[in-house]
Ligand binder design. Structure first.
Ligand SMILES: Nc1ncnc2c1ncn2[C@@H]1O[C@H](COP(=O)(O)OP(=O)(O)OP(=O)(O)O)[C@@H](O)[C@H]1O
Length: 357
């Protein structure tokens, strides 16, 4: 079920929580709504669910208007046939696991034997078949969240809205649950809109990320596009770590381009985005994209100031003629404070924007 939002606006007093938002969330995909606290992610989700009434615009689910201000359309939440999972599990502590999952069906007066069948099927999907008769209160946080996911799935929604569903889980479980949600989505081919402010969660889960700022989407696309090809500085700095500095792009003798720093060093040559025309640009290099070689080699000279060993990788803070840079290397590559290095980057990993550092 695709979801289309057209010119959506929602204000709270003087605050524009959603500001003329137009986006399409694709059918059968996980779309992640990502952004800092207060940027309008939850309000967008609540408007789609019908839990919040927008000030204007349209919301279409599978091309059917569930909200259209100009035509006075505003379907109640229960008519929109979607499922929701929240940060708080909101399970009933006095009921069993099966009792919790059956609640939405009982509310719709579904026949008893059908309830039993659907609860059984759904518990199998979320891996809780052997816990069906256990009191919901006796489950771990991860299991409780699975119960709330099962309760959402039991009504067979084609569209599932998830608002920070993993925030209350510990770090290891969060990563496991991410994979489970991915597998689940593949099995039931549902459309999932997933709200988070965690960039790693967004990148590992999303088919597409919608990065919000001040009630608008700044950039949307596959995670790799946002990470390696951000359209503006805000996106570069929100997703992961970014080294940002000014470069001059000029043609090389053989027709390729070189990116030279204001201090004169050439950091890359080849087919750089932006072509061979002479111009100044803002350049972004991700920490792991720097290629490290020994002192005296061509490139940007760097002096190691700090080394942080994190097992699989080593994070270096280095001083260079263009200011401090972050460099990430493999954990087995040994570096010490005081080492002198040279840094270069592959042309396709030197990403250029308009603007100045
Ligand atoms: N019911 C409300 N009354 C007044 N202001 C509200 C209400 N709901 C949301 N807001 C405000 O609207 C803005 C957007 O809120 P929203 O919850 O959508 O942000 P968010 O991106 O989901 O942030 P978070 O990750 O903190 O939930 C915030 O400034 C918030 O304080």
């Amino acid at each position: 079920m695709s979801v289309r939002v057209e010119g959506l606006t929602k204000t709270f007093g003087h605050l524009r929580a959603i500001d003329d938002l137009s986006v399409t969330f694709q059918s059968g995909k996980i779309s992640v709504l990502l952004g800092a606290s207060g940027c309008g992610k939850t309000t967008t989700l609540r408007c789609i669910a019908g839990l919040e009434t927008p000030d204007g615009g349209e919301i279409l689910i599978e091309n059917e208007a569930v909200y259209a201000s100009a035509r006075g359309v505003d379907q109640p939440p229960e008519k929109r046939r979607l499922g929701m999972v929240f940060q708080s599990y909101a399970i009933w502590p006095h009921l069993t696991v099966a009792g919790n999952v059956s609640m939405p069906l009982q509310a719709h007066k579904v026949p008893k034997d059908e309830i039993a069948r659907r609860v059984k099927e759904t518990l199998a999907i979320v891996g809780l078949s052997d816990q069906a008769e256990k009191s919901a209160m006796k489950l771990s946080g991860g299991q409780q969240q699975r119960v709330s996911i099962a309760r959402c799935l039991v009504g067979n929604p084609r569209l599932i809205l998830m608002d920070e569903p993993l925030s209350n889980l510990d770090a290891k479980l969060r990563v496991e649950m991410r994979q489970e949600i991915r597998h689940l989505q593949e099995r039931i081919s549902a459309t999932i809109l997933f709200v988070t402010h965690d960039q790693e969660e967004a990148m590992s889960l999303g088919d597409e990320i919608f990065l919000f700022d001040k009630g608008r989407v700044v950039q949307k696309g596959p995670p790799e596009d946002l990470y390696f090809r951000p359209v503006v500085r805000y996106v570069a700095e929100f997703l992961g770590k970014a080294n940002l500095f000014n470069v001059e792009i000029r043609p090389d003798k053989d027709g390729a381009s070189v990116a030279a720093l204001p201090s004169g060093e050439v950091i890359t040559r080849g087919s750089i985005q932006g072509g061979a025309t002479e111009r100044e640009a803002l350049c972004m290099v991700r920490p792991e994209s720097w290629r490290v070689s020994g002192q005296g080699e061509a490139g940007l000279p760097a002096l190691v100031r700090e080394v942080m060993f994190v097992g699989d990788r080593r994070e270096l803070r280095v001083d260079t003629p263009i200011g401090p840079q972050i460099v990430v290397t493999y954990g087995y590559q040994r570096f010490s404070v005081g080492d002198r290095l040279s840094l270069t980057v592959a042309p396709d990993l030197a990403h250029l924007f308009e603007g100045q550092a």
